[in-house]
Design a protein around this ligand. Structure first.
Ligand SMILES: [Mg+2]
Length: 267
């Protein structure tokens, strides 16, 4: 059972060296819209200025991640559900964007071909299915919109789509807005582990993860310290593993609420 964030111990907060967080409806959203609130973005700046490593972990496209890496106050970014991570190498002058893929170029090319075939099959089997408008900026991932810019699909249709992809050997994950599907042996958790060992040299004991939906579940399962923003409650019935703690506020306001709690513990 998840506890309120007021129950987090001082020792747990003191151990945190890095905050990994989902973007959609965790960092973004709040107050009934999808954008990033001033409160959430300000909280990100404060965490970063406090010397805490901050890393968004998202299914969003490589094109977005390129921008986030360059423009947001973040240490690194996990993109397209763990296909790669990127960061700015500030040791180089000017700073250089570094992108690390989890798979070899050959495997990536073969998977891209399989994904194109899956896309055709999905469109045939699910008439009217739409990719989100950001699909062009993806490198590895086929997303099908089930409620971002389309009328919300019934749960049964979403489940059927996921099973359809899995039956064809793809991985399918449910975010709060899209079904993301891909071929490849990578996932967000593996990519985060890679960052911890290759880039940060810190371990799971010094990390907190914040999320809101079933695609964050591997982190809720594996990390000793995880937080859900309040809207995660709507998904708990579909999840086997719940976050250790849940904020009072939803989405970006919940992110800011947790950040505030973490920063207060430092002063
Ligand atoms: Mg989310």
């Amino acid at each position: 059972m998840s506890k309120p964030i007021a129950a987090i111990s001082a020792a747990e907060l003191a151990a945190v060296q890095a905050v990994f967080f989902d973007i959609d409806d965790t960092f973004s959203g709040g107050g009934g819209q999808h954008r990033i609130t001033a409160q959430a973005y300000d909280a990100l700046w404060k965490l970063s200025k406090a010397g805490i490593k901050v890393v968004p972990v998202t299914g969003r496209p490589a094109g977005w991640c390129d921008m986030i890496t360059r423009m947001w106050p973040v240490t690194a970014v996990v993109g397209e559900n763990g296909a790669f991570y990127s960061y700015l190498d500030h040791a180089k002058k000017p700073a250089k964007l570094v992108k690390k893929y989890l798979e070899t170029p050959r495997v990536r090319a073969s998977n891209a071909l399989k994904l194109r075939k899956l896309h055709t099959a999905v469109l045939k089997a699910f008439p009217g299915a739409k990719t989100p408008s950001d699909q062009h900026y993806r490198e590895f991932d086929l997303a099908i919109d089930y409620c971002e810019e389309v009328a919300r699909w019934p749960d049964a249709r979403v489940q059927k789509l996921m099973q359809f992809c899995e039956a064809r050997g793809a991985i399918a994950k449910l975010s709060s807005i899209h079904v993301n599907t891909w071929f490849g042996r990578y996932d967000k958790l593996t990519c985060v582990r890679r960052i911890l060992s290759q880039l940060f040299q810190i371990d799971f004991q010094n990390v907190v993860y914040i999320g809101d939906s079933p695609n964050d579940e591997p982190f809720f399962e594996r990390l000793p310290f995880s937080v859900g923003v309040a809207n995660v409650r709507g998904f708990l019935g579909k999840m086997k593993y719940a976050p250790a703690y849940i904020t009072e506020a939803e989405a970006g306001f919940g992110f800011a609420e947790f950040a505030e709690r973490l920063l207060r513990s430092r002063t």
